[in-house]
Design a protein around this ligand. Structure first.
Ligand SMILES: NC(=O)c1ccc[n+]([C@@H]2O[C@H](COP(=O)([O-])OP(=O)(O)OC[C@H]3O[C@@H](n4cnc5c(N)ncnc54)[C@H](O)[C@@H]3O)[C@@H](O)[C@H]2O)c1
Length: 252
């Protein structure tokens, strides 16, 4: 993103918390207007007061698994900020931490609905306008879990592997359109989602941390920096790639 050029308009799903919120901060710092799409009314209220003086922020209550909710949020964003040229899709749910045989079909479907179908619906709502404009940057958030697999998280892992495949597909499909589509695969970051998983499986978090050569958790700002770069003009010859953000854990 180059502030001497057009002011960029971003949508960040899951932008009211954790990694999405870190991306919101970095995009605002770089001069974009940002629509925060999130299903948590309480978290949206908190972000509203954080960015109270910033006319560049719009908050929208959205369930990314619900097509009607996405359509309404896209219309509101277009009316108030304009067509988005940046998308960071971070909204996701972890689902339960259970042996695969104990995952209910309802839990499995909800995780796929939010984490994978939600990404598809969000891209369908926003990317066509980027294609018409001939410029766009899309960042879809996967997970190292989607590359390597985590035990006891079958639905989550399947959804995040799906996102990596989706990034490859859209990256190639849109390669000559000016819209670049990349992914980020974080390892363990200190966010509310991590605390949700930790409550359910503390030993699993310890196992994940022990695989990180840098021997620490990731910080949300580190995610925000990578997302902001992938949203910039400086990212110009890379598409279809899911980038590692794992302290040396996944080196492929
Ligand atoms: N924290 C980690 O260690 C970690 C590791 C790998 C990948 N990730 C991924 O990073 C992304 C952000 O995770 P986080 O750790 O910041 O989690 P988080 O729980 O802090 O934030 C996720 C946000 O998504 C929102 N959300 C959930 N379901 C939604 C829905 N249906 N519609 C709209 N919004 C919805 C939540 O309200 C929340 O604000 C997720 O895609 C997650 O899978 C996180």
């Amino acid at each position: 993103m180059n502030s001497s050029k057009k002011k960029r308009i971003a949508v960040v799903t899951g932008g009211a918390s954790g990694l999405g919120l870190a991306a919101v901060r970095k995009l605002l710092e770089r001069g974009a207007s940002v629509a925060i799409w999130d299903c948590s009314e309480a978290a949206l209220e908190a972000t509203k007061s954080t960015f109270a003086c910033d006319g560049a922020v719009l908050t929208c209550a959205v369930d990314v698994a619900d097509p009607a909710s996405i359509t309404a949020a896209a219309e509101r964003t277009r009316a108030q900020l304009g067509d988005a040229d940046l998308l960071v899709a971070a909204a996701a749910v972890p689902g339960p931490v259970l042996p695969f045989a104990e995952w209910s079909i309802e839990d499995f479907r909800r995780v796929i609905d939010v984490n994978l179908i939600g990404v598809h619906l969000t891209c369908q709502a926003l990317v066509p306008a980027m294609m018409r404009a001939g410029w766009g940057r899309v960042v879809l958030v996967s997970s190292v879990a989607g590359k390597e697999g985590n035990v006891l998280q079958s639905g989550y892992v399947a959804s995040k592997s799906g996102v990596i495949g989706y990034v490859k597909c859209l990256g190639k499909e849109l390669a000559t359109s000016g819209v670049l589509v990349n992914g980020i695969a974080p390892t363990v970051f200190d966010t509310p989602m991590l605390r949700q998983i930790s409550d359910a499986g503390p030993e699993m978090i310890a196992a994940m941390k022990s695989k990180v050569p840098m021997a620490r958790l990731g910080q949300p700002d580190e995610f925000g920096e990578m997302a902001a770069w992938l949203c910039s003009d400086a990212c110009s010859f890379t598409t279809g790639m899911t980038f590692d953000l794992s302290g040396g854990r996944s080196t492929y």
